[in-house]
Design a protein around this ligand. Structure first.
Ligand SMILES: [Fe+2]
Length: 316
């Protein structure tokens, strides 16, 4: 696992430009959840943001692990970086966030799109979560509006609302680097599913078109890769290459065609392996539910719905 993380980082560090307008980026791949965490920074000894940090989680035992976060911490320390921001692209359904664990060690403000309030309300209702759980964006430290500008040290950054996968997805534009979250995956892999509550394939198509309208050499950093052909994982694809080669959204694919494809694919996708725990943690900015008062040891617990089996005769 460490070897994979190190090799991806080494590869990307070798190929990443270093001016203020082409910020430095290092990417770290967690093979257990196929997720990239990205670090973007202005200069050694300067300021940084971390995008989508991952917490290791074993659902069978409930044990968590900082293994996916460790190379990110090492990188920040190696380059003497001060962490300004911990940026979530959305409430992930495939991994738990390690934003609070990162914040406890390195500081920084945990941020996400303003639409997270609606996502919190939806899942509070679906999971029958505790009445006191906020649905106004807390406990995130900051909620971004579409087009909002912010600084990462000397770097100018901007939040773009790119809904579709969820209603609240944000892409972070930092110079010529854009952290696109779950909109696009590498060209041979496809696009994000749109069948979660509030998902909208039409909106995703429009969000992707917004990203692909950027200059061809814009670096698009993705949240995931699921290579099927034995190629190395790919953290970044230039916008021009996506527009030319992307299996779901290359030039010539119109909105109606994309929506029909997305609906057909989503109809047969299984839920993500870590969906139930991930959602409950990630709508709390990575924090866990309060200790259970019924547990003298102060244990923390997530909910797991259980449903009756489908009656095989019901449709006859
Ligand atoms: Fe996602």
């Amino acid at each position: 696992m460490l070897t994979n993380n190190m090799s991806v980082n080494k590869l990307l560090s070798m190929t990443t430009p270093t001016s203020t307008f082409a910020p430095q980026v290092a990417s770290f791949f967690d093979p257990d959840t196929s997720t990239f965490t990205h670090v973007v920074w202005d200069e050694t000894g300067g300021r940084a943001a971390v995008i989508d940090p991952v917490l290791g989680f074993d659902p069978a035992s409930g044990l968590t692990s900082l293994v996916p976060l460790q190379p990110v911490l090492d990188h920040l320390r190696l380059h003497h970086l001060t962490l300004d921001w911990i940026l979530e692209t959305h409430a992930h359904a495939d991994h738990l966030s390690s934003a609070p664990q990162l914040q406890a060690r390195m500081g920084g403000r945990i941020a996400i799109g303003r639409g997270i309030a609606g996502v919190q309300a939806t899942f509070k209702r679906l999971f029958h979560l505790e009445p006191e759980l906020p649905t106004d964006g807390r406990p995130f430290d900051h909620l971004f509006d579409d087009g909002e500008r912010f600084q990462i040290g000397r770097l100018q950054a901007q939040a773009w609302h790119v809904p579709g996968h969820t209603p609240a997805d944000i892409a972070y534009v930092v110079g010529d680097a854009v952290f696109v979250g779950d909109t696009l995956f590498p060209p041979d892999v496809g696009t994000a599913r749109c069948d979660f509550p509030g998902g909208d394939a039409r909106a995703l198509y429009r969000s992707v078109q917004r990203l692909l309208s950027l200059p061809a050499d814009t670096r698009l950093y993705m949240c995931h890769d699921y290579p099927s052909t034995g190629r190395p994982v790919e953290a970044m694809t230039p916008a021009g290459r996506q527009a030319e080669l992307h299996v779901h959204v290359h030039r010539g694919i119109d909105e109606a065609g994309f929506v029909a494809m997305r609906h057909a694919r989503d109809a047969v996708l299984a839920p993500p392996r870590l969906m139930i725990p991930s959602i409950q943690v990630n709508i709390r900015a990575g924090h866990w539910p309060a200790p259970d008062p019924a547990d003298p040891a102060g244990g923390q617990y997530l909910k797991q719905p259980i449903r009756p089996p489908r009656d095989p005769l019901a449709s006859h």
